[in-house]
Design a protein around this ligand. Structure first.
Ligand SMILES: *Cc1c(COP(=O)(O)O)cnc(C)c1O
Length: 471
């Protein structure tokens, strides 16, 4: 596969370069494959649908062709995914896609674990280890730390703001041993990010070490997230005849979004032939993308803190990919958008629990509420042109997708992405439904591990000194 970038279509590079560079430093653009090959019809219509790891292997193949042999790709997939995504029906026309069965209980495990093994593969013949530096405001650090833990040839340093992440999040990223270390920086997330950015532009440091980043703009985190869109849409397509007996159903995927990596992966799956009619971009009060879809004008802003904090992004990086891949009209025809504030989030957790018995986390809950409201009147109002165009009103955004009629005609079914285990946000869930979600063993275990984080000042010299004497 040839990779190009979002800012200069003349750029041509390979998968290895795209993965190890993360972004194109010369243009400032993000890497994308020049094409998204459609899967064979025999694959898309197989009954029963292929198991998750087979879907993953077949979808990954064209993107690594000529660079990673099939046998190594298969090893990467088997090692990355000892767990799978689970489709759980919650009512006749709604399914939850549980993406929290990985080690850190959030969907980022799908992308981070694939990326870690691909980087290790590309580094296999080098004498020196690759050093990953990652600044985190919470969830990314644990997914990346866990994904790279004990992966050969790679060391990871995680920087997080002291006292500014939740105690559980801190446990999840500060208790690794061996090749993953966490620095507890006396500063903000922005200070952490600045330290990492300064290190990457420090030529003296780069002469000493091979540095790389692991943030969500990396194409090797995005591609593997498309696997579960394909898998779940094939599962649901095959279940609909028994579950809801709808003829010619339209499958809509509702995606709780922040940086819009997850939704971009959904668009990739659709390009590759997944039976998905369209998407709902569901956000919290950081509704930059819904506003763009409604008004046609993209305006990044600073983020505001919410209960669904992994979606607190005011300037989503993957806007750049989506707008390089599609025109505004194409985006509007595929994607409806919806946003909820914190009150709406609590109402959503409660509403989902009361109506279906399912305990959902604050991120997935916004997707649940979006789907519930859309099929209970909001889409009808939108089609009848009765929705207000005020972008500061919560709810469905005033722009009708191509699949709006299917919702109104009740021939649409929804797949709600549940991006984190509710136990990660226990206190919010208690506030909403009065009881705590049960804690999975792997979260319980991490709580009892000793904290190994290292205190770090926020000035660059202290950080560099530490790197030089410890890497
Ligand atoms: C990161 C994250 C999101 C947002 O995903 P994007 O790809 O940034 O849009 C949603 N929910 C949870 C739990 C997350 O950790």
């Amino acid at each position: 596969m040839v990779y190009t970038d979002t800012r200069d279509k003349n750029v041509k590079t390979d998968f290895r370069t795209a993965v190890l560079n993360g972004m194109n430093a010369e243009t400032g653009g993000l890497y994308i494959p020049v094409e998204f090959p459609r899967m064979d019809q025999s694959f898309l219509t197989k009954i029963p649908e292929p198991p998750f790891r087979e879907v993953a292997f077949e979808m990954a193949k064209p993107y690594v062709e000529g660079e990673i042999p099939d046998s190594n790709l298969d090893e990467i997939i088997q090692d990355a995914y000892p767990f799978a995504a689970k489709v759980v029906p919650i009512d006749r026309v709604s399914y939850v896609l549980e993406l929290f069965h990985g080690p850190t209980c959030a969907f980022k495990d799908f992308g981070a674990r694939f990326m870690a093994r691909v980087m290790s593969y590309f580094n296999r013949n080098e004498d020196d280890n690759l050093h990953i530096l990652v600044a985190t405001s919470g969830d990314t650090g644990s997914a990346v730390g866990s994904a790279f833990h004990n992966v050969p040839g790679i060391d990871v340093t995680i920087l997080y703001p002291d006292g500014k992440i939740s105690p559980l999040q801190e446990k999840q990223l500060s208790t690794f041993d061996g090749n993953v270390r966490a620095l507890r920086v006396s500063g903000t997330f922005d200070d952490c990010q600045k330290l990492v950015k300064t290190a990457f532009t420090d030529t003296d440091l780069r002469k000493k070490f091979r540095l790389s980043s692991a943030n969500s703009i990396n194409i090797s985190r995005l591609l593997p997230q498309s696997f579960y869109y394909m898998y779940s849409s094939l599962v649901v397509k095959n279940r609909i005849p028994q579950d809801s007996k709808i003829d010619d159903p339209s499958i809509v995927v509702i995606v709780p979004s922040g940086n819009f990596g997850n939704l971009t992966s959904g668009l990739i799956a659709k390009e590759m032939g997944a039976p998905i009619a369209g998407f709902v971009a569901a956000t919290n009060s950081n509704h930059t993308v819904p506003d763009w879809i409604a008004t046609g004008k993209y305006k990044a802003r600073s983020s505001v803190a919410t209960l669904s904090n992994a979606m607190d992004v005011g300037a989503p990086s993957n806007y750049e990919r989506i707008s390089a891949m599609y025109s505004l009209e194409q985006v509007r025809s595929m994607i409806a958008s919806y946003w909820a504030d914190d009150k709406g989030t609590l109402d959503a957790i409660r509403g989902c629990h009361d109506r279906t018995g399912y305990v959902i986390d604050p991120h997935g809950s916004i997707a649940w509420k979006a789907w519930y409201d859309i099929r209970n009147g909001e889409m009808q109002k939108l089609v009848n042109k009765e929705l207000s165009g005020d972008i500061n009103r919560t709810g469905l955004t005033n722009s009708a997708p191509s699949w709006a009629k299917a919702v109104v005609d009740k021939t649409a079914v929804g797949i709600i992405l549940e991006t984190a285990h509710p136990a990660k946000f226990g206190s919010t869930v208690i506030d909403a439904i009065g009881r705590e979600p049960s804690m999975p063993d792997r979260l319980e275990r991490v709580l009892s591990l000793p904290d190994r984080s290292i205190p770090m000042k926020k000035d660059y010299n202290s950080f560099k000194e530490w790197l030089v004497s410890n890497l």
